[in-house]
Design a protein around this ligand. Structure first.
Ligand SMILES: Nc1ncnc2c1ncn2[C@@H]1O[C@H](COP(=O)(O)OP(=O)(O)OP(=O)(O)O)[C@@H](O)[C@H]1O
Ligand SMILES: [Mg+2]
Length: 233
C-alpha cells in the first residue's frame, strides 16, 4: 500500500531553540484513518501545521515529509497542490464572513483549475457530498446565515475541492453540540470513503478516536509515545 504521508525526524522549534515537536516519525497509509491524540500542548496542532505547510513564521521545522510520494519541506509551503487539505476547530473564522458560500467555493475550485463553466456544478456536488440537501440555496448564503455544523460542513467541502489524498482535521467538532458533531463526523467519513482520502483526526475525545479511526498515535511533550502500547486509545 502507498503512503499518504511519511514523516521522518520532524522537529519544530522556536528561534530561541525550544523544541515544541521533538524528532517524531510516523506514516499514514493511503485511505487510512489515524487519530492524533495527547494532552493539550503536546504538539498535535504544530505537527499538523508542519505537514500542512502552515507553521507560524516565528517557528522553524526540520526533518523530512513525503506527501503522496512527493518530498515537501516541512513548515511553510501550502500543501494543497500536493494533496493535503485541512479543516480546523472553528469554522466561523475559516470562512470569509463577507463572501457568499458559492463565491468562496468558486474561488477555491478555480484555484485548483476547475473551469468556470463547470464550477457551479462541481460546487453543488461537493455540498451534496457533505450532506446538504439543497445546495443551490446554500450557494447564495453568507456564513452568518448558517449554523456551526453547517459551516463546518462547508469548510469540509472547501477542503475537498482540491481532491486531497490526505485530510487533516484538527478538532473539527470541538465547537459543536453532540448531534452536530456526529453529522460532521459522518460527512467526513462519507467523503473519505468515497474518495479514498487518508484522515489524520486530532481529537481529545477517546470515543471519537476509537469509533472513527483505525488506530491512534499519541503525543506527549512534543514526542510520540509508543504506538503499540497505546493502540487501545
Ligand atoms: N507560535 C508559537 N510560538 C511559540 N510556542 C508555540 C506556538 N504555537 C504553539 N506553541 C507551543 O507549542 C506547544 C504545542 O502546541 P500545539 O498547539 O501543537 O499543542 P496541541 O497538542 O495542539 O494542544 P491542544 O490540544 O490544546 O490544541 C505548546 O506548548 C504551545 O504553547
Ligand atoms: Mg491543537
Amino acid at each position: 500500500m502507498g503512503h499518504a504521508v511519511h514523516v521522518r525526524g520532524l522537529s519544530v522549534h522556536t528561534s530561541a531553540g525550544a523544541r515544541l515537536v521533538d524528532d517524531i516519525s510516523f506514516t499514514l497509509h493511503e485511505a487510512e484513518r489515524v487519530a492524533l491524540v495527547g494532552a493539550s500542548g503536546s504538539g498535535k496542532s504544530l505537527t499538523a501545521a508542519a505537514v500542512l505547510g502552515t507553521l507560524p513564521v516565528t517557528l522553524n521545522a526540520c526533518g523530512s515529509i513525503r506527501v503522496c510520494g512527493c518530498d515537501v519541506r516541512p513548515g511553510r509551503l501550502p500543501r494543497s497542490r500536493v494533496g493535503v487539505a485541512a479543516v480546523h476547530q472553528d469554522p466561523s473564522t475559516a470562512l470569509n464572513p463577507l463572501v457568499r458560500i458559492g463565491d468562496q467555493l468558486d474561488l477555491v475550485l478555480r484555484a485548483h483549475g476547475t473551469r468556470a463553466a463547470v464550477a457551479t456544478t462541481v460546487a453543488t456536488g461537493l455540498l451534496q457530498d457533505v450532506g446538504f440537501d439543497d445546495p443551490e440555496t446554500l450557494l447564495r448564503r453568507y456564513p452568518a446565515e448558517l449554523s456551526g455544523g453547517q459551516r463546518q460542513r462547508v469548510c469540509l467541502a472547501i477542503a475537498l475541492a482540491g481532491r486531497p489524498r490526505l485530510l487533516i482535521a484538527d478538532e473539527p467538532t470541538t465547537a459543536l453540540d453532540v448531534d452536530t458533531q456526529e453529522q460532521v463526523l459522518d460527512a467526513i467519513e462519507r467523503v473519505r470513503q468515497r474518495h479514498g482520502t487518508a484522515l489524520m483526526l486530532i481529537t481529545h475525545d477517546r470515543r471519537v478516536a476509537a469509533t472513527r479511526t483505525d488506530r491512534a498515535i499519541r503525543m506527549a511533550q512534543g514526542r510520540l509515545v509508543d504506538e503499540a502500547v497505546e493502540a487501545d486509545v
